[in-house]
Design a protein around this ligand. Sequence first.
Ligand SMILES: [Zn+2]
Length: 415
Amino acid sequence: MHELVGALRTYAWGSRTALAQLCGRPVPSAHPEAELWFGAHPADPAHIRVDGLQQSLLELVRADPQHELGAVAPTFGGRLPFLLKILAAEEPLSLQAHPSAKQAQAGFERENLARVPLDSPMRNYRDENHKPELVVALERFEALAGFRPPLRTVALLRALGVERLNPYADLLAAQPDSAGLRTLFTTWITLPQTALAAMLPKVLDGCVRYLAEKSEPNSGAKEFAAEARTTLELAEAYPGDAGVLAALLLNRITLQPGQGLFLSAGNLHAYLRGVGVEIMANSDNVLRGGLTPKHVDVPELLRVLDFEPNELPIVEAEPVDHTLDGSCSLRYRTPAPEFALRRFELAAGAVPVPIPRSGPGILLCTSGAVRLLQGADELRIAAGTAAWISAGDTVVHAAATGGPAQLFCACVGEL
Ligand SMILES: [Zn+2]
């Protein structure tokens, strides 16, 4: 096992406090810090530290895939199949979806034939892989994901009391299914700029009015308050963007710490705010529909989107094991073959617990500090740092040092 130092990504939507605080660095940071990558992605691999020297995890895996990845090496073309991140969003990220494996293969080939350079910002498909992803909240985490059941969306549109929305609400009420959602989403996301400029201010006025209206006595919080506030926030960050309208069709999700959100192929989503641990298949294939200065390709997005309305795709942590002295392990179940994620809550002073894994693993500490033990070897990692465990390594045990600690274990999923 080796200490693994993450690669810090600074994007405008990042936070000047969240990652620095988590890692114990001074705040505010010099730049908005968005993501800390722990993986062997060619764009920004993490580095292992050996005897004070750093080596890229990508090079380490390439040099000896059999030892580093073990039996799964041929299945994933000799590459580490997952990428683990800590993500800190201060502002909304783009409205996006990821293709299925089949769509990614076809799209990659199509763009190769059209000779779109691999590093072109116009490129949709940078590889042939799908990109299932799971985000686990470390604090309250807000997101939009998946289409809301249509009749609830009709109720939301009517609640805003905007005349210009009535024909759209009627349309969806008449066809409250995936076909109705496809029609409405397609109409909105392709609205000419002039129509959009006429309609958006009315919708925003409706949101302001809705939030200002007194709710009925004893009726509790307003039903769509979060949705109305999010619409206003998105419009402020991306004025005149069709994605603001489209976002009205999505489930507004708040994850509590420890809860996960799984995004399968075709699920339209946008992260809004929060800090989380994210794990995904090692791919860059993103199709964007708006709320971003990056490349947007609406026709291609429409081709991969899954319009089937769903309830919230929330993944609860499943307790797997616990010790008498208060440590426990929890699992996040997803269908992705590329990754599996477990969380360990390590109690102060508790005995070391074994960390089960199949093949290679990345152990990431997200609070407190952890002592990792492997035979006679010992490695200490603090919040914001990780350890790389080769497939060839024997079992690793983990214990909190000092106060309680939290540790995530990422490894390859069950094939
Ligand atoms: Zn995504």
